[in-house]
Design a protein. Structure first.
Length: 159
């Protein structure tokens, strides 16, 4: 009886072997030192790198919903942006409408337009239940190659 037949008889999927045992199969059948296919191919499970405007949209959303304190963005903002967050955050402008349901606001769409190298104007639409709010922000890349938020603006507050 082959190893895969024995595995099926034991109720396990065929072809799975313990890597800690001698002669154990390696994931994908790769040998040590064998070249790997380039990352990003279908079926390849690797870390997904998000564009900076999406990362900052999530960070701003966390601060403007009250999930994170404003000082969490201290090293990630420059110029007037931190002051804008200090003015906006106490009102929790993107908090859930119905506090009983606690539907967390989520990003619906996020996009960015490079104005010049190292500067991106970005927007995001945030959905909480049936309410949609707009958020605009500007990112600037410093000499250390890190992105920082330079300005934040929300659409007009609803009554």
């Amino acid at each position: 009886m082959s190893a895969s037949e024995a595995a099926r008889a034991a109720g396990r999927p065929g072809g799975r072997r313990d890597l800690r045992r001698p002669g154990g199969a390696r994931p994908g059948g790769a040998r040590p030192g064998a070249p790997r296919p380039p990352a990003g191919r279908v079926g390849e499970a690797g870390p997904r790198v998000l564009p900076p405007h999406v990362v900052f949209a999530e960070r701003l959303l966390a601060v403007l919903t009250g999930e994170r304190p404003v000082h969490w963005m201290l090293g990630q903002t420059v110029g007037e942006a931190y002051e804008q967050l200090i003015r906006l955050a106490p009102d929790n402008p993107l908090r859930p409408v119905d506090a009983a349901r606690r539907a967390r606001p989520v990003l619906r769409r996020c996009g960015g337009t490079p104005l010049r190298p190292g500067v991106v104007e970005a927007y995001a639409s945030v959905v909480t239940g049936v309410r949609v709010r707009a958020m605009a922000f500007r990112l600037e890349q410093g000499p250390d190659r890190r992105w920082r938020c330079a300005a934040v603006d929300l659409g007009p507050a609803l009554p």
